[in-house]
Design a protein around this ligand. Structure first.
Ligand SMILES: Nc1ncnc2c1ncn2[C@@H]1O[C@H](COP(=O)(O)OP(=O)(O)OP(=O)(O)O)[C@@H](O)[C@H]1O
Length: 314
């Protein structure tokens, strides 16, 4: 089947006078991981809650597995897995019992024991939900979302607050789901997660798409030169000294210094000669460039450039 797993066109979602989603368009393929990336309040959860059929759109068109998420909710329920940001499991329910119950609603579920083991929950199988740690509760919610072998799964910040081991187990499961042909849509604040997992990244800001593409397309495989210093750097003079042009940006770092970033329009322009021009300019200007390095651009850099904001903790 070549229809998109999710198709969102010009979606608008309002809460009273707040317009949370302001004409958002994207689609998500089957057998692929689509990451919705953006700062707090960008409209990610509102968007996926409309796709899940939990909220009605105020404008635009949404199709999930070719169906309407509200009108066709009953037909979609067995085909779509949902892991909400929190909740979803009664506080007194024991982990394994609840997962077995969820499995019993499906024709061809994954063996709950295997799923508990895969997500590191075997030792707490008999523990009531309220006694599980936050990370364990999250993993149980993830298990519930996928136990019915859905064709499409929505994961809202699946690794928020998880320790590295649990995060890795979650990443492995997401990769396995994709390998099995499942469409995975996840929201995250972590660009490393999106870079690692996503086939397609949709950067959302102020309720609309700020950019989209594969992680490589978004970063353009570009490099940049960074250094920090206590000295005053005249950015215009440094730019004038660059052999084939370039831009100098700066930001304050947590330790009270300034970090400078030198980027080029043409990715090939950043060659050894370019680096030598920067260090030569620093030498002639009395600037000690600390932590000087050439690094690949990340999704966070792209986001910062697009919106002027950090991805996390707005
Ligand atoms: N039930 C609601 N009632 C009123 N306003 C809401 C409601 N839910 C979300 N909003 C507002 O809509 C905007 C988008 O929120 P949303 O939760 O969709 O963003 P998000 O990108 O998922 O954020 P986060 O990363 O914090 O989860 C925010 O301004 C938020 O305050």
């Amino acid at each position: 089947m070549d229809t998109a797993a999710v198709e969102v066109v010009d979606l608008v979602k309002r809460y009273g006078t707040t317009t949370a989603v302001t004409g958002l368009t994207f689609s998500a393929r089957r057998g692929a991981v689509t990451a919705l990336l953006g700062p707090n309040g960008a409209g990610k959860t509102s968007t996926i809650e409309v796709c899940e059929g939990f909220r009605r759109a105020d404008g635009g068109r949404v199709r999930v597995l070719g169906l309407d998420p509200v009108a066709d909710a009953a037909a979609l329920k067995p085909r779509v897995g949902v892991m909400p940001q929190s909740g979803g499991v009664p506080t007194g329910a024991r982990a394994a019992e609840w997962l077995r119950l969820m499995a019993s609603f499906h024709a061809r579920p994954i063996d709950p024991r295997l799923l508990l083991e895969r997500l590191g929950l075997t030792s707490v199988a008999a523990t009531p939900f309220r006694r599980l740690s936050g990370g364990q509760q999250q993993r149980l919610s993830l298990a519930c979302a996928v136990v019915g072998r859905p064709e499409l799964v929505f994961l809202d910040e699946p690794t928020a607050g998880l320790d590295p081991q649990a995060r890795m187990a979650t990443w492995d499961l997401v990769t396995a789901l994709r390998g099995a042909g499942v469409a995975v849509i996840l929201t995250t604040h972590h660009m490393d997660e999106a870079e690692r997992l996503a086939d397609h990244v949709v950067v959302i800001d102020h309720g609309a798409v700020a950019a989209e593409g594969t992680p490589a397309e978004l970063t353009g495989g570009r490099r940049e030169v960074c250094f920090s210093t206590d000295a005053d750097v005249d950015a215009a003079r440094l730019e004038a000294a660059l052999p084939r042009g370039g831009r100098v940006g700066s930001r304050d770092t947590a330790d009270g210094r300034r970090e400078y970033t030198v980027t080029t329009e043409d990715p090939d322009a950043l060659d050894p000669e370019f680096l030598a021009a920067i260090t030569a300019w620093c030498a002639s200007s009395g600037v000690l460039a600390e932590d000087l390095r050439v690094r690949r651009r990340t999704l966070e850099d792209v986001f910062l450039q697009l919106t002027g904001r950090e991805l996390r903790d707005q």
